[in-house]
Design a protein around this ligand. Structure first.
Ligand SMILES: Nc1nc2c(c(=O)[nH]1)N[C@H]1C(S)=C(S)[C@@H](COP(=O)(O)OP(=O)(O)OC[C@H]3O[C@@H](n4cnc5c(=O)[nH]c(N)nc54)[C@H](O)[C@@H]3O)O[C@H]1N2
Ligand SMILES: Nc1nc2c(c(=O)[nH]1)N[C@H]1C(S)=C(S)[C@@H](COP(=O)(O)OP(=O)(O)OC[C@H]3O[C@@H](n4cnc5c(=O)[nH]c(N)nc54)[C@H](O)[C@@H]3O)O[C@H]1N2
Ligand code: SF4
Ligand SMILES: [Mo]
Length: 697
């Protein structure tokens, strides 16, 4: 399976002389049937980059150089420091910050070690920046996390609502499937794209709604208003399978097309047309990602989408459903293993005493070892480090000094910490520069394990080559550290398969039950979609087909959500809205795609997209340099003057961290405001001003 995005394509990998030399699509994998995108094709040079981290390094003081040490010493040093800090300052003073790019087994071992044995619930991941609002949103509305639909639903849907997703660039193989569906029946299949920018995703759209950033709830409530007025609500479904409609109706009543037009900046007509297109579909699929989740009302935005589907009965049937597109390849597996500070394995809540009890018994941990309160979420870890409440952090497979909002604060946090452990495949990165302990991790495909894609599909990834130098699989590093900490008995693993079996057994009876899966089964039968509750069960393409939801009364819940403007709206000093995101050819903080000549050539620099009218007003020229300033910092970039972005909004990709040039990093500008329910930061809206910069040439 591909180590990049959550589409989870199957790959065929050629290995020559112990090196990966060629990658292509696996014709037998049900996510992509042989198709593949450029990032995957260009994996080989990324894996061979000369900056792989090959040996452990430590430094005992901040003012000395790190030096290379054997594994034993690095882990002993870390364990001693970790114990000291824990003893002096308590369980809230240490934290783990991991990644949606780890394997399921790695996540599981890390979570078990932190929550069950070290005794801290401060174990969170970059999924907090990514899918947290969807995870909390599904749980709140449907009773459990987990996208209910499957890719095969694309082939029968006749309306696609693509909202806050640049599917063409970020989930390209899903997008191609949508395009095939659209082209197979252009008049019957409609595509609605909701994004302040016209991206390639909108090329196949019947309707493009360039709404004001952050106004999605107004739009979705407005669409529901139109359906309610026109009598297009599925009363039978609402009556039999949902609760809370009356309360929501009272809210939706106030979202008239006129009011919604004022809130979103869209025309009344296009709002009504979009609503009627959605309602006239026999099967509607809504796909979304960061334009929805990365908001201080991200969970409410998720609820607004699910409301629309419940009100029209568009769920639990082929071709229908709310379907969040997962960002990272195994952010799903992370959620399943309890890789967030409020969770335990199997989507269990850490605040649930019965869940804690059961998990403790499964882990062989003493009764009461798991602390009853949720730990710090990602941004709370960095806030805590900056304030001195958190003293030690262990970062695994993520690069927060480039990817967490407000880089100044993150750097301060890492400088301030008593101990920073970074476990990465590469060095230097923006984050490894701050490490007191550097641990070399094996990466794809130097280790084996399982990942879950957006459509709940588990794929086994086999080890194809040896790790370079002394790099070790993350699960091995964590297991050895557990032994060093004195927890040998509870971490007896000698293979990823054993870890998987222990975890899979713990999912029995939960919504994400895959107790019927083993490595051996995935290897012989191929990828499976959970739930797979027994070894005879062949997997589940679609959830909720019987109209029963995992809530206390079996009904899905309408949530009455209201429009709430962004935390930092534009004003006179900072008159434009900056939104940040991705480009097709790069992956996140460039530790891999940044080293591929073909991809670098295509997209060498961050480029700010600015609307023509804003550019004219500000004297910005296409291709000229522009200084972008927010309340937190500055970026200098070339600009692309375009009609494809809404007036008053500009867009900057976040791939370039400070190591590419201090003023190239989008997260110099972004703010740490976040959703109260999900803890997800509002990475899609902050206020900026622009100024043309004279070129030196
Ligand atoms: N090429 C590539 N693909 C990737 C990744 C990558 O780094 N590179 N990363 C993966 C990961 S982890 C993730 S999370 C996904 C992200 O995938 P996407 O969410 O598709 O990507 P983004 O570019 O972050 O944001 C999507 C769109 O949201 C729009 N947007 C901004 N504000 C709003 C708003 O208020 N409302 C609406 N409706 N739209 C808004 C932006 O204009 C942007 O086009 O991509 C995955 N795939
Ligand atoms: N402004 C802005 N900021 C954003 C976003 C945005 O839209 N706008 N999007 C956010 C989102 S959705 C996401 S998901 C994050 C992503 O942000 P990050 O997670 O910080 O990005 P990556 O570059 O993928 O970092 C992964 C790290 O893991 C390392 N690595 C790769 N494989 C392995 C392995 O097997 N083991 C170990 N130990 N390390 C490995 C890589 O070298 C790299 O350093 O960024 C977030 N930040
Ligand atoms: S679409 Fe995603 S999973 Fe598929 S090949 Fe491209 S990056 Fe990999
Ligand atoms: Mo993400």
């Amino acid at each position: 399976m591909c180590p990049y995005c959550g589409v989870g394509c199957g790959l065929l990998v050629r290995v020559d002389g112990g090196r990966v030399t060629k990658v292509k699509g696996d014709p037998d994998h049900p996510a992509n049937f042989g198709d593949v995108c450029a990032k995957a094709v260009h994996l080989p040079p990324a894996l061979l980059a000369p900056d792989r981290l090959l040996h452990p390094e430590i430094r005992s003081r901040r003012d000395v150089e790190r030096k290379r040490v054997p594994w034993e010493l690095a882990l002993r040093f870390t364990a001693e420091r970790w114990r000291e800090i824990f003893a002096a300052h308590g369980p809230d003073a240490v934290a783990f910050y991991a990644s949606g790019q780890l394997l399921t087994e790695e996540y599981y071992v890390a979570g078990k070690l932190a929550k069950g044995f070290i005794g801290t619930n401060n174990f969170d991941t970059n999924s907090r920046l990514c899918m947290a609002s969807a995870a909390v949103g599904y749980t709140r509305s449907l009773g459990a996390d987990g996208p209910p639909a499957a890719y095969e639903d694309i082939d029968s849907a006749d309306c696609f609502l693509l909202i806050g997703t640049n599917t063409a660039d970020c989930h390209p193989i899903v997008w191609k499937r949508i395009r095939r569906r659209k082209l197979s029946a252009p008049d019957r299949v409609s595509v609605i794209v909701v994004d302040p920018r016209w991206t390639e995703t909108a090329d196949i759209a019947d309707l493009h709604l360039p709404l004001r950033p952050g106004s999605d709830i107004a739009l979705l409530n407005g669409m529901l208003h139109v359906l309610w007025k026109d009598g297009l609500i599925d009363r039978a479904f609402v009556g039999a399978h949902t609760s809370g409609w009356e309360k929501l109706r009272h809210v939706v009543e106030r979202y008239t097309p006129e009011r919604v037009s004022a809130l979103t900046g869209l025309s009344r007509d296009i709002i009504v047309t979009a609503a009627l297109r959605f309602a006239s579909a026999s099967c509607a699929l809504t796909l979304w990602s960061m334009g929805i989740n990365q908001s201080h009302v991200g969970t409410d935005k998720n609820a607004a989408i699910i409301n629309l589907h419940l009100a029209t009965g568009q769920i639990g049937r082929p071709g229908a459903g709310p379907f969040s597109l997962t960002g990272q390849p195994n952010a799903m597996g992370g959620r399943e293993t309890g890789g967030l500070a409020h969770l335990l394995p199997g989507y269990r809540a850490i605040t649930d005493v019965h869940a804690r009890d059961l998990v403790e018994r499964h882990w062989g941990a003493a009764r009461g070892s798991i602390r009853p309160r949720r730990g710090r979420s990602a941004l709370e870890i960095f806030d805590g480090l900056a304030r001195g409440d958190v003293r030690a952090v262990w970062i695994i497979g993520t690069n927060p000094a480039a990817s967490v909002p407000d880089t100044d604060l993150v750097e301060k946090a890492l400088r301030q910490a008593d101990l920073v452990v970074v476990q990465d495949a590469y060095h230097p990165t923006e984050t490894t520069r701050f490490a007191d302990v550097l641990l070399p991790a094996a990466q794809w495909p130097e280790k084996d394990g399982v990942m879950t894609s957006s459509e709940r599909r588990l794929t086994y990834l086999s080890q194809l080559v040896d790790p370079p130098g002394e790099a070790l699989p993350d699960a091995v590093i964590l297991t050895r550290f557990a032994h060093e900490m004195g927890f040998k008995q509870a971490f007896p693993y000698t293979s990823a398969a054993e870890i998987f079996d222990e975890f899979a057994a713990l999912t029995a009876g939960t919504p994400c039950d895959y107790s019927g899966v083993t490595h051996a089964r995935l290897r012989t039968e191929g990828p499976l979609q959970w739930p797979v509750p027994s070894s005879a069960h062949s997997g589940t393409p679609r959830l909720y087909v019987d109209g029963r939801f995992p809530t206390s009364d079996g009904r899905a819940r309408f949530i009455a959500v209201e429009h709430d403007p962004p935390v930092e709206p534009p004003d006179r000093a900072y008159p434009l809205v900056l939104t940040t995101g991705r480009v097709r050819d790069h992956w996140h903080t460039l530790t891999r795609t940044g080293k591929v000549p073909a991809l670098r050539r295509r997209t060498p620099e961050p480029i700010l997209e600015v609307n023509v009218r804003d550019a004219r007003r500000l004297g910005l020229l296409d291709g000229g340099f522009v200084e972008i300033t927010s309340r937190r910092g500055k970026v200098i970039a070339q600009c692309r003057v375009t009609e494809t972005i809404r007036e008053g909004v500009c867009f900057l990709p976040f791939h370039w961290g400070r190591s590419f040039g201090f003023y190239k990093s989008a997260n110099n500008l972004t703010l740490g405001a976040r959703d109260e329910l999900s803890g997800q930061p509002e990475l899609k809206v902050c206020a900026v001003r622009l100024r043309a910069v004279e070129s030196e040439r």
